[in-house]
Design a protein around this ligand. Structure first.
Ligand SMILES: Nc1ncnc2c1ncn2[C@@H]1O[C@H](COP(=O)(O)OP(=O)(O)OP(=O)(O)O)[C@@H](O)[C@H]1O
Length: 614
C-alpha cells in the first residue's frame, strides 16, 4: 500500500493519534526503555516471520523437484548433502518459530505493560484534573459523560492499543518486509500483487470514514446514556415522588435505541469491509498464481521461489483482512482518546495566579470592592458590590430568592472569579493566595450538606487532613453530634450510605458542622443551614452553629430575618445590588426594603401563631 493512499484512508485518525501521542508524551517518555526494548523484540519477531517459508524453498528447489524429475544428483548445496540440507531445513523451521515466538512474547508483554502503565497514570491525572476544573465547567457538563471518559474511554484505548494497535504494527512491518522480498524475487509479480492496495484504498476509504463517524456518535450516545442513568439514580427520590419513571424511561429508551442503531451500523460497515477485502485478496491470489506459473515455466523464477511468493501473499492475506477491522477499531479508540484529550485540555477558569502565594493564617477581615459578576457574559447577577467585614463579625446576607446571595458567598471561596472589582482578605486580593490555602481557611455549611459513603469519623475528618480521633470527637461534641453518633450501630465507625442518606436532615447537618468545626477556620460561610429542619432539630443545629461561629468572621444566608437580626452587619441584596447595609436597628430606622420584608415576615409568623392557637 502506498504511503499516500494509506494516509488518505486514515484521514482524521492520524491527526487524532498525533494529538493523543503529543498529549501523552510525558507519560510515554517515562516508559521509553521498556518501549524501545519491546520494539527491538518486535523487529526480531517480524524478521523471523519473514524467514518462515524459506526452508520450504530449499527443500523444494534442491531436494524434492530434482528428485521428482530424476535429475537428483549428489552435488552438495552450500557444502551440504541433500539429507543434511533437509535436516537443517526441518530444524530451522522449529528454531525460527521458537525464537520468533519468544520475541513475540517479549514484545507483546513489554508493550502491553508500557501501555497499561501510561494509561493508568493518564487516568489518575484525568481524575485529578476533573476535580480541579471550575464549578462552572461541572455545572455545564453531564456527570455521566465525564464518568464515561474516565472509565470506559480509557479502557477502550487500553484494549485496542494492546489487542489491536500492537499486532497492527507487527503486521504492517511484516507486510513491508514481504513486499521488499517479493520485489527482489520478481518485480513483475510483485507489481501484480500490489495492485490490491490502490483498489482496496478506493473501495474502503468512504467506509472507514463512515465507521469512524458512527463510532464517535456511538461513544457520545453512551455518554448521554450514562448521564441520564446517573441523573436519574442521583435524584431517585424526586423521580419516585413525582412519578417520573415512565417519562424518564421514554427518554432513556430513545437514547438507548439511538446508541443501538449507531453500534449496529458501525458493526455492519466493519463486517462488510472485511468481506470486501477477503474477496479482493482471493482474486489477486488467483492472478498471481496464474501469472507466476508462467514465469516459472519460462524459468525466470524457481518453483520454490514461487512457493515463497505465494506463502507471503497468503500470509499477507490474514493481516490485510484484519487490517480494515483493526483500522476500524483504532478509529474507535482514537475517538475515545480524543475525548480524553479534550477533557485534559480543558483549562479551569479559576486557577492559581502565577504570582499566588500560600495564605498566612487569616485574621478574617473581608472586603468587597466594586465587585461585579455574572455566570454568563451579558447577564450580571451582582453589580458594583462593596462592603467591609471586620474579624469576628457576623454578616447576614438577605434578600429575595434568586437575588445572588449564594453567588456572593461563592466568590469568597473563589468558586468563581469576579468580572470586575476585587475581594480582599486581610488587605490582600484573594487571587494572590493559592486556592488551596484560601479554601482551607474557610469552613462551609450548606443547606443540604453532602456526606460521603464513608464512616462518620472519616466524614468529619474530611474537614482537615490528618485530624486525630480526639479532634474528631471534640468537633462532634461542639456540633452537638457526639450523643447521636454514639447511638449509631458502630458509633464513629458507622459507614454512612451514599450522600449520608441514612441520617436525618438534622443529624446530617450536625455532622457537617463537626466537619466544618474541625477545620478551625477563621472564616465561616453558612448557606441556610437550618432550612427544612423541624423546630427541635433547628434548635440543636442553631446551638451547634453558635459554638462553631463564635469569634470567627461569619457569613450567613437566611430567609428568616428574625434569625439574623442580631448580626453585626446585614446586607440586603436585590436587583443585582446591595441595596441596604447596616445593623438591624439601622435598617429598620431606614424604613425601606429590609424593614418592609421584616415586618411582613413578623406579621405572617404571628398570623401562623394565631391560627395555631385558634
Ligand atoms: N451555575 C449557574 N449558572 C447560571 N446561573 C446561575 C447559576 N447559579 C445561579 N444562577 C442564577 O444566578 C441568580 C442568583 O442565584 P443565587 O443562587 O446566588 O441566588 P440566591 O439569592 O442564593 O437564591 P435563593 O435564595 O433562592 O437560594 C439566579 O437567577 C440563578 O438562576
Amino acid at each position: 500500500m502506498s504511503k499516500r493512499s494509506k494516509e488518505k484512508d486514515l484521514k482524521g485518525v492520524i491527526p487524532g493519534i498525533t494529538r493523543i501521542l503529543r498529549k501523552f508524551s510525558p507519560y510515554i517518555r517515562k516508559e521509553r526503555l521498556l518501549i524501545i526494548g519491546s520494539f527491538f523484540a518486535l523487529l526480531l519477531e517480524t524478521g523471523l516471520r519473514l524467514l518462515e517459508p524459506w526452508p520450504l524453498k530449499y527443500v523444494f528447489d534442491y531436494i524434492l523437484i530434482p528428485a521428482h524429475n530424476n535429475t537428483a544428483n549428489t552435488a552438495n548445496h552450500f557444502g551440504l548433502s541433500p539429507i543434511a540440507l533437509l535436516t537443517l531445513s526441518a530444524i530451522s523451521i522449529v528454531v525460527i518459530t521458537g525464537v520468533g515466538s519468544m520475541a513475540a512474547y517479549l514484545s507483546t508483554y513489554g508493550m502491553s505493560l508500557a501501555v497499561i502503565r501510561v494509561l493508568s497514570e493518564v487516568r489518575g491525572n484525568l481524575f485529578n484534573h476533573l476535580q480541579s476544573l471550575s464549578l462552572s465547567f461541572h455545572q455545564k457538563s453531564k456527570s455521566g459523560d465525564l464518568i464515561t471518559r474516565v472509565t470506559s474511554d480509557i479502557e477502550k484505548m487500553r484494549t485496542v492499543t494492546v489487542k489491536t494497535a500492537l499486532p497492527l504494527i507487527t503486521n504492517v512491518l511484516s507486510l513491508l518486509g514481504m513486499l521488499v522480498i517479493m520485489f527482489f524475487l520478481n518485480w513483475e509479480l510483485a507489481l501484480v500483487a500490489m495492485t490490491i492496495f490502490p483498489i482496496l484504498t478506493l473501495l474502503t476509504k468512504n467506509m472507514i470514514s463512515r465507521i469512524r463517524k458512527f463510532a464517535k456518535q456511538h461513544r457520545d450516545s453512551e455518554g448521554v446514556l450514562a448521564a441520564t442513568t446517573g441523573e436519574t439514580i442521583g435524584a431517585i427520590k424526586v423521580v419516585q415522588v413525582l412519578s417520573l419513571q415512565e417519562m424518564l424511561h421514554g427518554i432513556f429508551s430513545q437514547q438507548n435505541q439511538k446508541s443501538l442503531d449507531e453500534a449496529i451500523e458501525s458493526l455492519r460497515l466493519s463486517a462488510a469491509l472485511e468481506r470486501i477485502v477477503q474477496i479482493l485478496m482471493a482474486i489477486i491470489i488467483a492472478i498471481v498464481l496464474w501469472r507466476g506459473s508462467h514465469v516459472v515455466l519460462h524459468k525466470e523464477l524457481s518453483p520454490g521461489e514461487l512457493l515463497v511468493f505465494m506463502t507471503y501473499l497468503r500470509n499477507a492475506f490474514e493481516p490485510m483482512r484484519k487490517l480494515s477491522n483493526q483500522v476500524g477499531q483504532i478509529a474507535k479508540a482514537t475517538a475515545s482518546g480524543e475525548r480524553v484529550v479534550e477533557l485534559l485540555d480543558y483549562e479551569p477558569n479559576v486557577r492559581d495566579n502565577p504570582s499566588a502565594k500560600k495564605a498566612h493564617p487569616f485574621f478574617g477581615t473581608v472586603r468587597f470592592e466594586n465587585v461585579s459578576f455574572g455566570y454568563d457574559t451579558g447577564t450580571e447577577i451582582l453589580q458594583d458590590v462593596s462592603f467591609v467585614v471586620q474579624p469576628g463579625q457576623q454578616v447576614a446576607v438577605v434578600g429575595p430568592s434568586g437575588s445572588g446571595k449564594s453567588t456572593l458567598l461563592s466568590l469568597i471561596l473563589r468558586l468563581y472569579d469576579p468580572e470586575a472589582g476585587r475581594i480582599l482578605i486581610d488587605g490582600q486580593d484573594i487571587r494572590e493566595y493559592t486556592i488551596d490555602s484560601l479554601r482551607q481557611q474557610i469552613s462551609v455549611v450548606l443547606q443540604d450538606s453532602v456526606l460521603f459513603a464513608a464512616s462518620v469519623k472519616e466524614n468529619i475528618a474530611h474537614g482537615r487532613l490528618g485530624a486525630t480521633e480526639k479532634e474528631v470527637e471534640k468537633a462532634a461534641r461542639l456540633a452537638n453530634a457526639h450523643d447521636f453518633i454514639m447511638k449509631l450501630p458502630q458509633g464513629y465507625d458507622t459507614i454512612l450510605s451514599e450522600r449520608g442518606g441514612t441520617l436525618s436532615g438534622g443529624q446530617r447537618q450536625r455532622v457537617a458542622i463537626a466537619r466544618a468545626a474541625i477545620r478551625q477556620a477563621p472564616i465561616i460561610i453558612l448557606d441556610e443551614p437550618t432550612t427544612g429542619l423541624d423546630n427541635a432539630s433547628e434548635r440543636t443545629v442553631n446551638a451547634a452553629l453558635a459554638k462553631l461561629t463564635e469569634g470567627r468572621t461569619t457569613f450567613v444566608i437566611s430567609h428568616d430575618l428574625r434569625a439574623v437580626e442580631n448580626a453585626d452587619i446585614i446586607l440586603y441584596i436585590e436587583g443585582e445590588r446591595v441595596l441596604e447595609q447596616g445593623t438591624h436597628r439601622e435598617l429598620m430606622r431606614l424604613g425601606s426594603r429590609y424593614a418592609t420584608l421584616y415586618r411582613m415576615q413578623t406579621i405572617i409568623t404571628k398570623g401562623d401563631t394565631y391560627a395555631l392557637e385558634a
